[in-house]
Design a protein around this ligand. Sequence first.
Ligand code: ADP
Ligand code: MG
Length: 238
Amino acid sequence: MGNIVLNKVTKSFGATTVIPGIDLEIKEGEFVVFVGPSGCGKSTLLRLIAGLEDTTTGHIVIDGRDVTDEAPAKRGLAMVFQSYALYPHMSVRNNIAFPLKMAKLDPAAIDKKVMDAARVLNLTNYLDRRPGQLSGGQRQRVAIGRAIVREPSAFLFDEPLSNLDASLRGTMRLEISELHQQLKTTMIYVTHDQVEAMTMADKIVVLNAGHIEQVGSPLELYNKPDNIFVAGFIGSPR
Ligand code: ADP
Ligand code: MG
């Protein structure tokens, strides 16, 4: 579960082509980082995978199933939004339970899943608080909890830490990496931050103007950048 293949995927908004054509395979359990400068198409690519945007041409295949025309809810993926997307008037428990209530699961099953997620995220003692009574890091963990309870085949993160201060960003980076080691679920993580890419990724996809410059492990990109753009972006000498 969590194998994602993009087959000649393109995206245009009106007459503007933002993604001229991408082929990519993300393997089960991989932590893949899409990195590149602002405006290069990272969010668009993630939203295409999530189904929040329609592809213009090409196909998206998840676990052998062509999902190109499937609604987001059917794809079995979970997008992790920034922590400000929490419901301020709801307890942590109800924020995490929200997607399950929408799916009309029975209350006992919801309770169990919420407790399991809270344990993984060290939120057990905070379930009755409101988001406003939590630290920034705890709020971000609640946002992740809301994704975990859906047991997705992959987690999609779009710059989840960009609103946090530098020291909290470092902590959350570690927590998300640890979560990946625990769950072993595919994660796609979008960032413009080279440090996040280099420290978190199994595989980095370097994007530039809607196309892939290079795909490789952090070490491969550092030691053998394919071109000046990758070398400059990863910050290695060439
Ligand atoms: P990134 O996430 O890498 O900063 P985006 O994927 O948000 O980049 O945007 C890539 C390009 O697509 C940008 O030029 C942006 O202006 C354009 N774009 C994104 N969404 C839309 C949209 N809904 N309509 C028109 N252009 C868009
Ligand atoms: Mg973006």
